[in-house]
Design a protein around this ligand. Sequence first.
Ligand code: ZN
Length: 279
Amino acid sequence: MNSQIQIAAHGKIDQSFEARIQTWASQVLAQVDPLRLPPGLCVNIWANIEDLAAFYQQEKEALGVVTGEETDFLATHEAWRGHPRIHICEERVRHVSLGVVQGALHHEIGHALHHGSPEFYTFRFSDTLQEVGGSCGLDLPLLQQCIYFLSIAIKDNDVVKWLAKTGFGFSQLALIKSLISDTEEEHQAWEVASNSPALRKITMAAFLKVLSPVETMIAVGVKDAPALKEQWKTAYQWLPEKECDELCQFAQRTFEHGNKGFQERLEKVALGLITLPNL
Ligand SMILES: [Zn+2]
């Protein structure tokens, strides 16, 4: 057990579930230089969804945070109190396979390690970005949505890449596979967006959250990642071939920007996506 993480149980948690969470968290943290672990890293295990939702509600009100619905996710990460906290709920994941839950926990630990500072949650909207966005109908509120999705894609790409290089590609593969098992919501979003240049960009930005980690795992050489890409294509077969090819190419070439800072990368990816004529 890694002494630098704290596990906090809320409610009556099955002991074997708690032990698994501890093991999975320690697996990843063991790969990190102890001196580089963020102080105060805490994994919260919740017995039921209601308590987790109440906790989030309370924290959001106390801190003035506005975000989406956290209980939709298998596990979450935030740093609202200045130190990384991960949340996982036993009731929420009860019917999810262990490999997928492990993937979700590994994933959130990756975010806690790499995205613990406010830099990753506040975005800059330069004049250039606003101007280019405006040219395809992305006014500021729409541009904000687009940037929000792209920021998630970049962070997920980085987390999956680090985990894959550290030997945890298998768990991210399981997680992503579960995310593409049903794309009905994405299909509907595409149907609504396909005739609007601005909404198309937002939809494509949202699709990159899953696609860019898939491409990254192929690039890093994760076994079975090419098969996952085929599954992605099947799951998104309603996306026309031209858009599908362009999006894959964009995901392959755009997420690598060497040592550039997060904001700089985000702007570069956003400008790239917005100016691509066919997406
Ligand atoms: Zn993520």
